[in-house]
Design a binder for this molecule. Structure first.
Ligand code: FPP
Length: 246
C-alpha cells in the first residue's frame, strides 16, 4: 500500500465522488501465464477487493464496476459459466467483509437474464448489504448502455401512453431518472485497464463529462496504488464542462 500517495490525494482535495471502472485484461493476464481464461477472471476478484478498499481509504463515495456486459452473453458457454461462478464465489467470499466495511451494493443491468443460482447470490448480496454507508458499490451485470437508454425510452413512452407524462415534460432529468443509475451523480473519473481506449457500451449517457484514465495495467494486476495514481492524475486535470477556463 502506498500511504504517501494516499495522504497526497487526501490533502490535495477535489476527490472524485464517483469512480467507474472498466475492468479489462483478465484474458490477456491468463494467456501471459499460459493459464485458462477462467483463472484470469478469478484473479480479477482480488483487484475488485483492492478497488473497494482503496475507494473507502481515499474517501470515494461511489464505485461502479463493469462486471459483465450484455455482449458478454455471446462468449462461449464455458466462459460465461466461469464468469458467473466467479461472481458467485466473490459474493460468498466477500459478503461478510463488505457488510463489515459498510459497503452497500446495487446491481445494475438486465438481471432477468441471469441463471437462478447467480441471480439468488446477487439478490442476497444486495439485500444483505443494504444500508451500508461508507461506499456505494454498483456492480453492472448483464449491463449495456444502449439497452439501458432504450429501456428508459420505453418507460417514458409507456408513461405518455398511460397519460401520466406529457411529451413536452421529457427533458434530460426525465431520461436520467429512468436510468439504472438514477440515484447517483455521473462518474467523475472512468478508469479502463489493459490499455484499450474504448467505452464499450458502458454508461454512454453518464460519461458525458467524465475524465477518462487509461492504464496499461491488466485488471488482475490492478492494486489500490493504481487506483490512487488514477485519482492523483484526475486531481491534476481542469474540468471545464464545455466552458472556458475560469
Ligand atoms: C474483461 O476481461 C473482464 C470481464 C469480461 C469480466 C470482469 C470480471 C471480473 C473482474 C471478475 C470479478 C468481478 C466481480 C464483480 C466479482 P477480458 O476477459 O475481456 O480480458 P481480455 O480482453 O484480456 O481477453
Amino acid at each position: 500500500m502506498n500511504s504517501a500517495l494516499l495522504s497526497e490525494i487526501k490533502t490535495t482535495g477535489d476527490l472524485p465522488q464517483h469512480v467507474a471502472i472498466i475492468m479489462d485484461g483478465n484474458g490477456r493476464w491468463a494467456k501471459d501465464r499460459m493459464l485458462p481464461r477462467s483463472l484470469g477472471h478469478r484473479a480479477g476478484m482480488k483487484s475488485v477487493r483492492e478497488s473497494v478498499e482503496g475507494c473507502i481509504e481515499a474517501g470515494v463515495e461511489i464505485l461502479t464496476l463493469f462486471a459483465f456486459s450484455q455482449e458478454n452473453w455471446s462468449r462461449p458457454d464455458s466462459e460465461i459459466g466461469a464468469l458467473m461462478a466467479v461472481l458467485v464465489e466473490f459474493i460468498n467470499r466477500e459478503l461478510k467483509d463488505l457488510k463489515r466495511n459498510g459497503v452497500e451494493v446495487s446491481a445494475l443491468g438486465d438481471l432477468d437474464r441471469l441463471g437462478p443460482k447467480s441471480r439468488a447470490a446477487v439478490d442476497k448480496l444486495v439485500r444483505e448489504t443494504a444500508g451500508g454507508s461508507n461506499l456505494n458499490l454498483n456492480l453492472c451485470i448483464s449491463y449495456s448502455s444502449r439497452f439501458e437508454l432504450a429501456r428508459a425510452a420505453k418507460l417514458l413512452a409507456q408513461e405518455v401512453a398511460d397519460g401520466v407524462l406529457r411529451p413536452e415534460d421529457i427533458d434530460e432529468a426525465a431520461v436520467e431518472n429512468r436510468l439504472y443509475t438514477a440515484r447517483w451523480p455521473d462518474p467523475d473519473l472512468l478508469i479502463r485497464t489493459s490499455g484499450e481506449q474504448r467505452i464499450s457500451n458502458f454508461l454512454l449517457w453518464q460519461l458525458a463529462y467524465t475524465e477518462i484514465y487509461v492504464t496499461p495495467v491488466l485488471w488482475p494486476d490492478f492494486t489500490r496504488t493504481d487506483l490512487f495514481e488514477a485519482i492523483a492524475d484526475f486531481q491534476r486535470r481542469e474540468r471545464r464542462y464545455g466552458r472556458v477556463p475560469t
